[in-house]
Ligand binder design. Structure first.
Ligand code: GAF
Length: 397
């Protein structure tokens, strides 16, 4: 077998030099500064963030790097090494939702959201390089938004805190890009720290850094990018969200977070007439409980014991929330059969990535088993790499 676990993203220094050189090539001068924001995986707490619930993401070493300089003439120029052609050119004071499609709507949306909040943000030249896989459920969109928000925060001396940057980035995605996402991904990109998972209570945005040192415990968390491209804008995500809101209304609560786990049986009985909503509610209420159980086990120092909770979370997303797919199920089932401690899809679903908790010594064999199973099923080969809990958004230079 070939090694199924390739190296993750290049070191920051390399990325920064490359991005500064590319900025100079596009705009003819050195950038004022360089910033980075990471992709993420979510350890547990899926489809809870728009229900007032808990999430537990960690940042990946893969980042989107922005090189930027402020402009005094109100012109906004956006260039990406992943897009063909020259910079997209806009005027900051012309931006109105909804934005035009394409990647530039994400950073343009951040400029719009900041200005709509009354913040003194004008034009800028920006160039982006990214090692965050796109369409893989690893939050490349949030990385792009948050790195833009951080760059503008510094260039325009706004003095905003991390959570505010995340909230502005989410507003850009909701109102300008048109995706009704929750607050998890932007908060992860803005607020995660190396060596930790981030416990976020999306009801009041309280945060706690939870030590998650896999290497010290002899463990690995593998990411399996199924290569099935997911798209949150396609309506299925919005439809799940609407179903949850319908459930909350039927139960007379503000969000499903208010439903105590201990009252789950009565709650489900009350929704017996609406089986589709009932299943969504069962996922959200049990998922919130699983996050609390994972936290209890991590706080007790027993990382291995979270494995069954991850696997149970996958079953709930597959059977009750119905956002998995054949490739994600195959990755999870194969990893489990090959000896993984636990596995689940991560992110919104409908394709994208799974995570696999595994003994370090078994990582290569489990990865190879998944790769073989995909080949046998005739699926595109997955990309498998370790999730090393990494830093949130930061200034590089
Ligand atoms: C996507 C969304 F962007 C998040 O807000 C979250 O709802 C997630 O799906 C599901 O947990 O990543």
């Amino acid at each position: 077998h070939g090694a199924a676990v390739p190296t993750p993203a290049p070191a920051h220094e390399h990325g920064a030099r490359r991005t500064a050189a590319a900025f100079r090539a596009v705009y003819g001068a050195a950038p004022t500064g360089l910033w980075a924001a990471p992709g993420r995986v979510n350890l547990i707490g899926e489809h809870t963030d728009y229900n007032g619930g808990f999430v537990l993401p960690l940042a990946l070493p893969h980042t989107t790097v922005a090189a930027a300089t402020a402009r005094t003439d109100g012109v906004l120029r956006l260039h990406s090494s992943d897009a063909d052609g020259g910079p997209v050119e806009l005027r900051a004071d012309d931006l109105r939702p909804p934005g035009a499609g394409g990647w530039a709507a994400y950073p343009a949306g951040v400029v719009w959201a900041m200005r709509a909040a009354g913040l003194p943000v004008g034009g800028a030249d920006l160039h982006y390089d990214s090692t965050v896989p796109t369409g893989a459920g690893l939050s490349s969109s949030a990385a792009l938004e948050v790195v833009t928000a951080l760059a503008l925060n510094d260039l325009y001396g706004l003095g905003l805190d991390r959570q505010r940057l995340a909230t502005l980035a989410q507003r850009a995605e909701n109102a300008f890009v048109g995706v009704p996402c929750g607050i998890m991904d932007q908060t992860a990109a803005a607020c995660c720290t190396a060596g930790h998972a981030l416990l976020l209570d999306t009801r009041d945005l309280a945060r706690r850094q939870v030590p998650f040192d896999l290497a010290a415990g002899g463990l690995r968390l593998l990411v399996v990018d199924t290569r099935v491209r997911h798209a949150l804008a396609d309506g299925a995500y919005a439809q799940r969200r609407a179903g949850c809101e319908r459930g909350a209304r039927a139960l007379g609560v503000h969000t499903l977070r208010e439903v105590p786990y201990a009252r789950l049986p009565e709650t489900l009985d009350a929704l017996a007439g609406e089986p589709a909503v009932q299943a969504l509610v069962r996922h959200v209420v049990t998922e919130n409980h699983r996050v609390e159980e994972v936290i209890a086990r991590l706080d007790a120092g027993d990382t291995r014991a979270i494995g069954p909770l991850l696997t149970a979370g996958h079953a709930s997303l597959r059977d009750d929330f119905t956002v998995s797919c054949a490739e994600l199920d195959l990755a999870v089932d194969t990893a489990r059969a090959a000896g993984a401690l636990g596995a689940r899809m991560t992110g919104g679903g409908f394709g994208g990535s799974a995570i696999v908790l595994v003994e370090a010594a078994a990582a290569a064999a489990v990865g190879a088993a998944v790769t073989d199973a995909f080949a046998a099923a005739g699926h595109t080969a997955p990309r498998i790499f370790p999730a090393v809990p990494s830093a949130g958004a930061h200034c590089l230079a």
